[in-house]
Design a protein around this ligand. Structure first.
Ligand code: ADP
Ligand code: MG
Length: 368
């Protein structure tokens, strides 16, 4: 866990243990193949370590963004990855390099790519409910572990959940801690980022955010994984925000054809407007949809990972109360970024019968 004394009031950690190498990355690694992915400030490429022949993913992060020095944001991302070293569902960090313009994170390569691809795939390639049960359990075990360590991810979406392999379907790895915050000793948070389709109502309402904010995103994520549809996506950001603030969700049979009612019940336990009523990660793992006998209805060869020591379901942990966690209060402007690629919106049940008043301080600017 990051040392709380190193956490500033915005939940950013400024001390890392990893040695930052200043020798040339390309002396030690060969870049191979095409890009694995990219965001607004990062490009991720596959590389091979020359001495070992092992494959890694190199995330090249620009230190200057929009004319500002963002080195400390990258240091924070490294600190969170360090703190999650023992979390089997968070991508592991191998090495860090720094040049005059960039910091390069050498990460475990999640060769199966984003779960996004299967969320939007045609029927025969799309996830089955059994796949989603296994992957959702892993996501929850990973997130429960982050939350136990007071880390909130704040950008859980299908582009940031990767797979170790796609065929056969492997295990999940959570990536991209660029927006994450460490909640030790936090009283307020002055800047918050998210992705409109996945952002929780409390973020839009300037109410305190907590670990429950991630749980909302897991509800959206599960909906997308099961249906291929994005529950709140409107034709523009304002419509999306209005759908979220009105919890305008379509649970009809049209959307959930062939999906169990337990799965729908699970999603409903997360898409609750009041963060205190939302299930925690530990509680989710005990939900009947996920807590059945996994070995009896799953076919994957990767089930052993479900028995990791992290697995919280056997123990009886203190129920986590969002109310008792340090509150992150959004005080000033924040920006919301849109996902770069599209998932189709749910069945346009939304009617625009009242204007959505965005807070004047929300910059309607895309930042990633
Ligand atoms: P950003 O902060 O720019 O969104 P991410 O860490 O999410 O950066 O990386 C961007 C994309 O690169 C991811 O959505 C994913 O497709 C790919 N990627 C990131 N990390 C890895 C990894 N360890 N292995 C394979 N692909 C990765
Ligand atoms: Mg990302």
């Amino acid at each position: 866990m990051p040392d709380s004394r190193m956490t500033n009031k915005n939940g950013m950690v400024s001390k890392i243990q990893t040695r930052i190498r200043t020798d040339l990355f390309k002396n030690n690694y060969d870049l191979v193949g095409k890009e694995l992915g990219r965001g607004k400030f990062a490009v991720v490429k596959k590389c091979i370590e020359k001495t070992t022949g092992k494959e890694y993913a190199a995330k090249f992060l620009r230190k200057r963004r929009k004319g500002e020095d963002c080195r400390m944001d990258i240091i924070h991302e490294i600190a969170v990855l360090e703190s999650a070293k023992s979390n089997p569902f968070v991508v592991s960090l191998h090495e860090v390099y720094e040049t005059t313009t960039e910091i390069i994170l050498v990460l475990e390569c999640a060769a199966g790519g984003e779960i996004f691809n299967q969320c939007v795939a045609d029927n025969d390639e799309a996830f089955t409910e059994q796949d989603v049960i296994r992957l959702a359990r892993q996501i929850l075990m990973g997130v429960a572990c982050l939350h136990r360590n007071n880390v909130v991810h704040l950008d859980l979406k299908p582009q940031n959940i990767l797979l170790t392999s796609s065929r056969p379907l492997g295990d999940i790895r959570i990536v991209d801690f660029g927006l994450s915050r460490c909640m030790d000793n936090i009283k307020e948070l002055r800047e918050i980022l998210g992705t409109p389709e996945y952002v929780a109502p409390e973020v839009l309402n300037y109410e305190p955010i907590s670990t429950a904010t991630d749980m909302w995103s897991i509800g959206v994520l599960t909906y997308v994984m099961l249906t291929g549809e994005s529950p709140f996506l409107g034709s523009d950001k304002q419509e999306t925000f209005l759908n979220i603030s009105q919890i305008n969700v379509d649970y009809s049979q049209d959307v959930f054809e062939g999906v169990s009612s337990l799965a729908i019940d699970f999603i409903k336990s997360l898409l609750q407007k009041n963060p205190r009523k939302r299930a925690t990660a530990e509680e989710c793992l005990k939900h009947p949809w996920l807590s059945g006998h996994p070995h009896s209805h799953l076919h994957s060869s990767h089930l052993s990972s479900l028995d990791e020591p992290e697995t919280p379901e056997e123990s009886d942990p203190e129920p986590e109360s969002p109310a008792s966690t340090p509150e992150l209060v959004i005080m000033a402007s924040y920006t919301l970024c849109s996902s770069q690629r599209e998932i189709k919106p749910g069945r346009g049940t939304f009617t625009f019968d009242e204007p959505f008043h965005t807070h004047p301080e929300i910059k309607q600017e895309l930042i990633c």
